[in-house]
Design a protein around this ligand. Sequence first.
Ligand SMILES: Cc1cc(-c2ccco2)c2oc(N)nc2c1
Length: 159
Amino acid sequence: WAVMVSRKVLTLVLVTRPNQVLLGMKKRGFGEGWWNGFGGKVEKGETIIEAAKRELQEECCLTANTLTEVGQLDFEFVGDPQILEVHLFTTKDVSGVPTETSEMKPQWFDIDKIPFHKMWPDDKLWFPHVLKGSKFSAFFLFEGHHKILKHKIDVVTEQ
Ligand SMILES: Cc1cc(-c2ccco2)c2oc(N)nc2c1
């Protein structure tokens, strides 16, 4: 690359049960004050799936018995050469009880009451595809953390 572009791989897990999704209120750091799925960085020496399971455990004390990869979200920020490559998973099969940690305060939300006004602005654009069981890849160009200048969502499998 004439201009160096780097990618940082992250994970994001949505736990679902009939008519509901589990979200966590981020208590500090990136995305603080917003509801989100559970996830974070992929460390050296671990696979993306292992990282997703570890973050779910660390952030709300749940063990994912299975994970289904449903999408990849690429995020670029104006003026920042680092692209965030977020691998999105869902699971209906967890063990444990959602528990508040220093990172996240978990809460179940009815599907028709997802608090999009207190979530990353991209969520309202791709959540419907997850809820329909579609697989997709998406790109978002952000200016700061609140404004989406451009986005593209390619649905791979309509379900
Ligand atoms: C830029 C951005 C990052 C993340 C993220 C960080 C860690 C895992 O995902 C998001 O998550 C959501 N829902 N929108 C997001 C936007």
